[in-house]
Design a protein around this ligand. Structure first.
Ligand code: DX5
Ligand code: ZN
Length: 226
């Protein structure tokens, strides 16, 4: 069985207090930090880039468990028009996983190879309007697939439950693959995602506004492991 992974999206944090808030999320038992990089072109918003990621990495150094997994994992969601261009820089800044959008590249296979050649895990995201079938040929090459549950670009949007058939199809074909959902995840929507087969849960607004984030993160994990 794939394991539950909870990845708070730092887009919802207070950027003036970023290092502190991110450390707290790990203390709250978050597994990864989800880092949303937006270029104002692929999506109609600009968020953060390399200087922030490398500063955050200095504040939160990589730390390995007995399985040699970095337990301070940075999951970089690249909402950019030229994903090939930033792979080396994300690796240098201290990222661990590089999620590109299927819609943003002409040659996803070549891009996956490039990402892996930089020592990063490779993941592919699809927007709500993109058919899940495009991931079927890539699944075996990927460390993770991301099914967007909102239009990428902004935090705080409503979860699109009608994306769940995509998750179900992917889970059926790839029982061991990390399948991530991103957008609108909270206590009221996690059930849909977990039942469909998602195991990597991104949550921005819900995590960063929770009165008890530790309890919320555990709730997400329990729903996935049910
Ligand atoms: C949207 C981003 C998400 C966003 C999720 O483009 O990819 O990661 O931060 O935020 P919430 O959890 O608030 O919907
Ligand atoms: Zn994201």
């Amino acid at each position: 069985m794939v394991k539950a992974i909870v990845a708070p999206s730092i887009l919802a944090s207070d950027f003036a207090d970023l290092g502190c808030q991110c450390k707290k999320m790990y203390a709250n038992n978050a597994d990864w930090l989800h880092v949303d990089v937006m270029d104002g072109h692929f999506v109609p918003n600009i968020s953060l880039g390399m200087p922030i990621i490398s500063s955050l990495r200095k504040a939160i150094p990589k730390e390995y468990n007995e399985k040699n997994e970095n337990i301070k994992f940075f999951d970089c969601h690249m909402m950019v028009s030229e994903p090939e261009k930033w792979v080396a820089e994300i690796a240098k800044a201290g990222g661990d996983q590089y999620t590109f959008h299927y819609e943003s590249t002409k040659d996803p296979v070549k891009l996956i190879e490039l990402i892996k050649s930089h020592g990063l895990k490779a993941a592919c995201a699809i927007k709500p309007g993109t058919d899940v079938d495009v991931l079927f040929d890539l699944g075996d090459k990927l460390d993770m697939a991301l099914v967007m549950t909102v239009e990428p670009g902004f935090g705080g949007q409503s979860f699109m439950a009608n994306m769940m058939p995509k998750v179900e199809k992917l889970r059926e074909k790839f029982p061991q693959l990390n399948i991530q959902v991103d957008g609108g995840l909270g206590k009221g929507t996690i059930g849909h995602a977990a039942t469909a087969g998602a195991n990597v849960i991104v949550a921005g607004t819900s995590c960063f506004t929770a009165s008890n984030p530790t309890e919320l993160i555990q709730y997400f994990k329990d729903e996935v492991n049910k």
